[in-house]
Design a protein. Structure first.
Length: 236
């Protein structure tokens, strides 16, 4: 097998718009899932082992979960899946059972810094109601010029359509856009669309997975993004 080609360095000067994923990038979803597994198994494994196991399971399940989303798109079932999940979210909201999603720490001040310098879009594979709920919960809607859910276009990430849609609405060429996410799906979508890619480790993907997929930069947390982009010469 030939060695994998190293991804080109991120070109900060090109960036005019930033697309941000939701789960694991803005929302601390992986911690919610890991905590649920931890609480379910603490009686069997003890506190420390259950915590490690929960975190490990969340990372292991990232790849199959992405495969299911991609397969649904290929089979033309993504619309049906999205409508079901949206219906389920609306039903939970009516019953006041829609699960709150915490934000990744220090994301709001990061968005406040970025908003004055770049056009921002939220590009998620989640259903529309869950995305709306997260934005309402944290009063984040005003930061984003465009919000793309799994129901906005025919196919969701890792296909390029969501990114092309966001770029078109904002009037920005796709090569001037940066996709920021925590999974291989985000990287693949960026590459397929012709956008640049930056990955964060506060979500579901590991650094090895993300670099292997071809991401152009990796940060520990989304909260570091504004500082990273403000000092391109020091950090490129």
């Amino acid at each position: 097998m030939s060695p994998e080609k190293k991804a080109p360095s991120l070109d900060h000067a090109l960036i005019q718009a930033i697309f941000l994923d939701m789960d694991g990038t803005l929302a601390d979803t992986d911690d919610v899932y890991a905590l649920g597994i931890h609480q379910a198994l603490i009686g069997f494994l003890g506190d420390e082992r259950a915590e490690r196991f929960g975190r490990r399971i969340v990372h292991i399940l990232e790849a199959p979960g992405n495969f299911i989303l991609t397969a649904a798109d290929w089979l033309g079932l993504d619309g049906l899946l999205a409508r079901f999940l949206d219906w389920s979210a609306h039903r939970a909201a009516r019953k006041s059972e829609l699960q709150p999603l915490p934000m990744v720490p220090a994301v709001r001040p990061m968005l406040e810094q970025l908003a004055g310098r770049y056009k921002l879009a939220l590009v998620s594979t989640r259903n529309a109601r869950t995305v709306e709920h997260f934005l309402e919960q944290h009063a984040l809607a005003d930061f984003f010029e465009v919000v793309v859910s799994s129901q906005t276009v025919a196919r969701t990430k890792p296909f390029p359509e969501p990114l092309h849609h966001a770029a078109a609405v904002m009037g920005v060429s796709i090569e001037h856009c940066l996709m920021v996410g925590d999974t291989v799906v985000d990287v693949r979508a960026a590459k397929a669309a012709g956008a640049q890619s930056l990955s964060v480790l506060c979500g579901f993907g590991s650094q090895v997975q993300l670099e292997r997929a071809g991401t152009q930069a990796v940060l520990t947390s989304t909260s570091e993004l504004a500082a990273f982009l403000s000092a391109p010469l020091a950090q490129s």
